[in-house]
Write a protein that binds this ligand. Sequence first.
Ligand code: IVH
Length: 680
Amino acid sequence: MSAADRADAEVRARLEALRERIRHHDHRYYVLDDPEIADRDYDALFDELAALEAAHPDLVTPDSPTQRVGGAPRGEFASVRHEQPMLSLDKCTSLTELEEWAARCRKLLGADAVLRYTCEPKIDGVAVTLRYAARRLVLAATRGDGETGEDITANVRTIRAVPLVLDARDVPDLLEVRGEIYMALAEFEAFNQRARTEGRKMLVNPRNGAAGSLRQLDPRQTAERPLTMFCYGIGRVEGAWQPATQTEVLARLRDWGFRVNPETRLAEDLKACEGYLDDLLARRATLGYAIDGAVIKVDAFDQQQRLGAVTRKPRWAMAYKYPAEEATTRVNAVEFQVGRTGAITPVARLDPVFVGGVTVSNATLHNMDEIARLDLRVGDTVLVRRAGDVIPQIMAVSTALRPADARPVEFPTRCPACGAPIVRGENEVVARCSAGPLACPAQLKEGLRHFASRLALDIEGLGDKLIEQLVDRGLVREPADLFRLRAETLAELDRMGAKSAARLVAALERSRTTTFARFIYALGIREVGEATAQALAQHFGTLDALRAATPEQLEQVPDVGPVVAGQVSGYFQDPERQRAIDDLLAVGVIWPAAEATSAGGPLAGETWVLTGTLEAMPRDDARARLRQLGAKVADSVSRNTTRVVAGPGAGSKLERARALGVPVLDEAELLALFAAHGLT
Ligand code: IVH
């Protein structure tokens, strides 16, 4: 062998080795969702392959991982006749119908037949067939009418979950694999989010996203859209392989490198199928992709053969449909809601419609641009989508059905809650109420709701209805007012009694002691979610340090960029906010780190209990002051209690204190103690 031949052989060997490794990692990443190496290392392999191929263009093979996006854009898709028709499915929506189907199968197969079923999610995407000849992908086609589809090979090659070459040894000479190409929900939402901000056309649903991507005439466009595929069956197969069951088909497809839905199960009887249907429906929102139901298939191929097909639908399979996630309805009005940050959001009021398993009567419209983009008018018929936990959205307007009296939506110039002018900053899509966060009742209510929420101060029992009343009656004008509420006042509110009022006061008392991170989150600073709040708490440690931080110092915190830093420093510079924070501290909102700072306080290490009525000062204020002096304040008297303050009406707690020999003070003595430490 000449030196040149040797060099050439080395290049070929390296090329093959790189391609094999990249194929392996593609399979780990795109098919198994279980990558073995870091993206950077993968990129290094890919770059090396690309460079080597650039230096040796004659050695580039069509199934090299670098060649997924290739070929010129075409004018149209060629027709492909399916050698084995692509069937469709019979569907049902009730267990009774499913049982009737199983009974028909049993009747046709004979009383002694033992039936087992595979249960598979019914993916809401685009059905395709893939043809592999001598282990190489040679054709990908849409279902079309079941007899003839379109050749979309160039586009399907860009989908990395679709192997271009099958590395396994035992692959049949000719293998047709069938499955569903789809767009994951996260990708669908990200795509629409981008389209919304860039003013581009949005996708109506993930299926529409997958179909539109596959229909691109330029494969480079398809490559930009994140598509993937689940394989669920076979078409024509030539070779020695004779699968006996659907379960076996799925297992082999998985072995050969295809992506098979991990939610697939083998059911021993119909009861198990029904369990599967319930379970899958319950988890529908968390699967990460859209399903419109499940497919139940008779597992054994000899039984499938005996059952056969009628009118292009196999008798051995049944689609069980779940409630649709899309429905059409009418928009009766568009109203404007004011959020915590003053953002004005248009909301469509709808004729109630059952969609995604619930009755929906409102849908968000995001902002005015969205209304313009949809060309929505009041009175229009719209397509509403509600998938998973996502709030209902209007995806499209049917202009064809528009009534003559449909009215355009007018954006208000004044805040519907407080009447202040609405302003829209330059380059901002969001319009906001110009009143301060405490001046506008809607902002205040939303702010309080956030303040009380589970991840914030977690005030149990402080629901929306109560917040409404508290703000509307002027009882709460800022968060600190919550801690000044007395049980007697609360008891007079609608749907409150003495008991629930007492419960709420106790809940407020519990929430008063919190963590620094929760406190920051509770403030509701724009752009500061739970994680950022935690990072800020950890970095700054104390509220004083955080309040004094410059934007530059804030940007030192992990994941805090200029936008967040600007919001945070702006927040703490606002005099209205400063006052509200000071008031929270004054009413005794506290967190352990701050307790630790007052650990050196005169009452450090002591545990106090207040009982009976205090006349000169609300009990909460007394508690706050005790905490300021370093004491813990407990609800019940125990051996750990160091002092009890007893006012008129003190009962069992006072008795217990006496029994345990705990020193008891009256209110006058308490006030004297406060005064001695400069607290009035
Ligand atoms: S089997 C002979 N299995 O549903 C049976 N179809 O309504 C052919 N689909 O065109 C289909 N997930 O697009 C089968 N696990 C699954 C499926 C599935 C989705 C789609 C497929 C087919 C349509 C039939």
